[in-house]
Ligand binder design. Structure first.
Ligand code: CP
Length: 298
């Protein structure tokens, strides 16, 4: 049966630890020919810098060929549904389809239209499985795979973040304790400890995962001035600064794109505790391992 990666729940813990063994082998990001002769299609209906290029580089490092469908010039603009688009692409017999879409749950509903693995590159605020897998890998490597009982603050727009959603599914499975830190309007119904002020929990933390405010998913639109005012107010309380971090031994993560001096200060982005670019590098290796697993079924 074809295996997909729609959410992190598609992989068992055992499968993830095996995936990380492969990831470690790919960390030098050197080329090989494991997927030579294979063809991968990418379909990005939402903007992306990291995920799209990371998947494409991962595929090419494995020797696969990649077709990027430019959706703004595709027949979806002539009224073709995304289901028909994907069914037509699947009829051309690619070895995997990678899709990002703004609609929650869309990749899940594509399962019946394809005969190859689907890799979800982010759907609305629902899931971003490869991001969570690379976040956990970065944490695992940092703590030498001793992550049981580590406290991780997830800071920011938790309500609208697919990164938060996937990490909240994945991290507790490996014994990590998420603490949600957000203004009231970004709170979610959950059993995880939730606070409005990070200073209340900073001394308990091993990891901070800062998130971007997802303005594009908010129901209201504000004027430029109002956005600026809201940003400044948010940054005062939630920007991760040196003043907050002091010399504490805390790993600092962010999935990107970072809004400088709103999510994380310039100074902290330069700090050795900040592993944003290491996450990006690890992301290519994790995606190489995911493509190998799903396409070769091993
Ligand atoms: N982390 C992430 O999903 O970044 P992009 O939106 O640039 O792909």
């Amino acid at each position: 049966m074809t295996q997909h990666l729609i959410t992190t729940a598609d992989f068992t813990n055992e499968e993830i630890l095996k995936l990380y063994e492969d990831t470690k082998l790919f960390l030098d990001l050197q080329s090989n020919n494991l997927l030579q002769g294979k063809l991968i299609v990418t379909l990005f209906f939402e903007n992306s810098t990291r995920t799209r290029s990371s998947f494409e580089i991962a595929a090419k490092r494995l020797g696969a060929e990649v077709v990027n469908l430019e959706v703004h010039t595709s027949s979806t603009k002539k009224g073709e549904t995304v289901y028909d688009t994907v069914a037509n692409l699947s009829a051309m017999k690619p070895d995997a389809i990678i899709i990002r879409h703004s609609e929650n749950g869309l990749p899940e509903s594509l399962r019946e239209f394809v005969s190859c693995p689907i890799l979800n590159a982010g759907d609305g605020k629902n899931a971003h499985p490869t991001q969570a897998l690379l976040d956990l890998f970065t944490i695992m490597e940092h703590f030498n795979y001793n992550v049981e009982g580590k406290n991780i603050a997830i800071v920011g727009d938790i309500l609208n973040s697919r990164v938060a959603s996937s990490n909240l599914e994945l991290l507790p499975r490996f014994g990590l304790n998420p603490i949600l830190v957000a203004p009231k309007e970004f709170h979610v119904n959950s059993s995880f400890k939730t606070v409005k002020n990070i200073k209340r929990v900073i001394d308990q933390l091993d990891i901070i995962m800062s998130l971007r405010v997802q303005h594009e998913r908010h129901a209201f639109t504000y004027s430029k001035e109002e956005v600026e005012e809201k940003k400044n107010k948010y940054a005062k309380k939630y920007c991760i600064t040196k003043k907050l971090m002091k010399e504490k031994d805390i790993l600092l993560l962010h999935p990107g794109p970072v809004n400088r001096n709103v999510d994380i200060s310039d100074e902290m982005l330069e700090d050795p505790r900040c592993k944003v670019l290491e996450q990006v590098k690890n992301g290519v290796a994790v995606r190489m391992a995911c493509l190998k697993k799903l396409i070769l079924n091993q």
